[in-house]
Design a protein around this ligand. Structure first.
Ligand code: FES
Length: 96
């Protein structure tokens, strides 16, 4: 997994939350939850940053992404989600 220095900051202000970050946080947890649990991905929320009209806003490694819909978010996170996506239900990597 390419999670070195991965830091995600999601706006949890009321506008961003209601415009999509309520769903986006679930996507982040689903795609990177194991990485967050292992502390190889830092996930933080913050309050409104006064960019509501461009929301929902999410920062990934210092780059702010605006109007982040679920499809865009999944594409942004895909490079970091490899190991979690490949794990089976026991959390073990499958060997073939
Ligand atoms: S609620 Fe996210 S910038 Fe205002």
């Amino acid at each position: 997994m390419n999670t070195s220095a991965l830091e995600i900051i999601i706006c949890m202000g009321s506008s961003c939350f209601s415009r999509g970050n309520n769903r986006n946080i679930a996507i982040i947890e689903r795609m990177l939850g194991k990485a967050v649990a292992r502390n190889v991905c830092k996930l933080e929320g913050h309050l409104c940053q006064n960019s509501c009209t461009r929301g929902p806003n999410i920062s990934i490694n210092g780059k702010v992404h605006n109007e982040v819909d679920p499809v865009t978010l999944m594409a942004l996170l895909a490079p970091y989600a490899g190991d979690d996506a490949g794990d089976d239900q026991t959390g073990q990597r499958g060997e073939t």
